[in-house]
Design a protein around this ligand. Structure first.
Ligand code: NAP
Length: 247
C-alpha cells in the first residue's frame, strides 16, 4: 500500500493521541501525510525515519495559534506535494475549571488554537481546494459542544463553534466539490483525558453503553469514511462517536 500517487492529507496535531491515530490510518492507506505540533515526539521520529515512508511523511514544528507559522506550514506542504486533498483539523487544547475562576490566558489559549487556529487553517487550505474544485475537510469537535459539561465552558464554546463553522463552510464550499464535516468524539484514551482520575474514568465507562473509552482508531475510521471520494454526498454534518454516552 505505498502508492506514491496517494492523496495529500494534512492532519494538525498528529504528534500523539488522536492525531497520531489519524496520521497512521492515512499512512496505512498509502497516502502522503503532513502533520504539525509544537514539539516533536518519538512517534514523529519513527515515521520520519521509516524508509518505507520516504517521501510520504512530513512534519513541522508549528504553533497553530500563530497564523504566520500555520500559513508557512501549508506553503511547505504545497511546496512538497503541490496540492492538499484532505484537511483534518485535530489539534486542540482544553483547560478545565469553572468559568468564574478562569484567567484571561485560560480563555485565550483555548480560543486561539481551537477556534481561531481552525478557522485560519480552513481559510488557507480552503483557498487551495477552491482553486482545484475538490477537497475534504474534517473538524474534530467534541460531544461537549453538543451537551453541557461542568468546568468546560471555554472549551465547549470552541467545539460548538467548530460545528457551526462546519455547517457554514459546507454551504460555502459545497458547490465547488468540497465536503466539510465534524466528528464529535466522546472520551478518548489520550493525554487529554489524563487529567481525569480513575474514579471519574470508571464513572464515564459505566455511563457509556459501549462500556469503554474511545480509541483513536475508532475516530480515525470515521474520518477516513468522511473523506473517501465515494462518500461525498455527506457534508455539513456532525458525526457523534461516543459509544452511546449522549444517547
Ligand atoms: P492530545 O493528546 O493533547 O494531542 C493534541 C495534539 O495537538 C498534540 O499533537 C499537540 O502537540 C497538538 N497541539 C496542541 N496545541 C498545539 C498548538 N498550539 N499548535 C500546534 N499543535 C498543537 O489531545 P487528543 O486527545 O489527541 O485530542 C485531539 C483532538 O480531539 C482535540 O481537538 C480534542 O479537543 C479532541 N477531543 C479529544 C477528546 C478526548 O477525550 N481526548 C474527546 C473529544 C474531542 P503539542 O502539544 O506538542 O503542540
Amino acid at each position: 500500500m505505498t502508492d506514491p500517487s496517494g492523496r495529500v492529507v494534512v492532519v494538525t496535531g498528529g504528534s500523539r493521541g488522536l492525531g497520531a491515530g489519524i496520521v497512521q490510518s492515512y499512512l496505512d492507506s498509502g497516502d502522503r501525510v503532513a502533520t504539525c505540533a509544537r514539539t516533536r515526539t518519538d512517534q514523529v521520529d519513527k515515521w520520519a525515519n521509516d524508509p518505507a515512508l520516504e517521501g510520504r511523511f512530513l512534519f513541522r514544528e508549528v504553533d497553530l495559534a500563530n497564523r504566520e507559522q500555520s500559513t508557512d506550514f501549508v506553503k511547505d506542504v504545497i511546496g512538497a506535494w503541490d496540492v492538499i486533498d484532505i484537511l483534518v483539523n485535530n489539534a486542540g487544547v482544553a483547560r478545565d475549571g469553572i468559568l468564574s475562576l478562569a484567567s484571561d490566558d485560560d480563555i485565550d489559549i483555548v480560543i486561539d488554537l481551537n477556534l481561531k487556529g481552525t478557522l485560519h487553517m480552513c481559510r488557507v487550505v480552503g483557498r487551495r481546494m477552491l482553486s482545484r474544485g475538490s477537497g475534504s475537510i474534517v473538524n474534530i469537535s467534541s460531544i461537549v459542544g453538543l451537551s453541557g459539561y461542568r468546568g468546560l465552558a471555554v472549551y465547549s464554546s470552541t467545539k460548538a463553534a467548530m460545528d457551526g463553522m462546519t455547517r457554514a463552510l459546507a454551504r460555502e464550499l459545497g458547490s465547488r466539490g468540497i465536503t466539510v464535516n465534524s466528528v464529535a468524539p466522546g472520551y478518548l484514551r489520550t493525554e487529554m483525558s489524563h487529567g481525569l482520575d480513575e474514579g471519574q474514568l470508571q464513572q464515564i465507562i459505566r455511563r457509556t453503553p459501549a462500556g469503554r473509552l474511545g480509541e483513536p482508531s475508532d475516530i480515525a475510521r470515521i474520518v477516513q469514511f468522511l473523506t473517501a471520494p465515494e462518500n461525498d454526498y455527506i457534508t455539513g454534518q456532525v458525526i457523534v462517536a461516543d459509544g452511546g454516552l449522549t444517547a
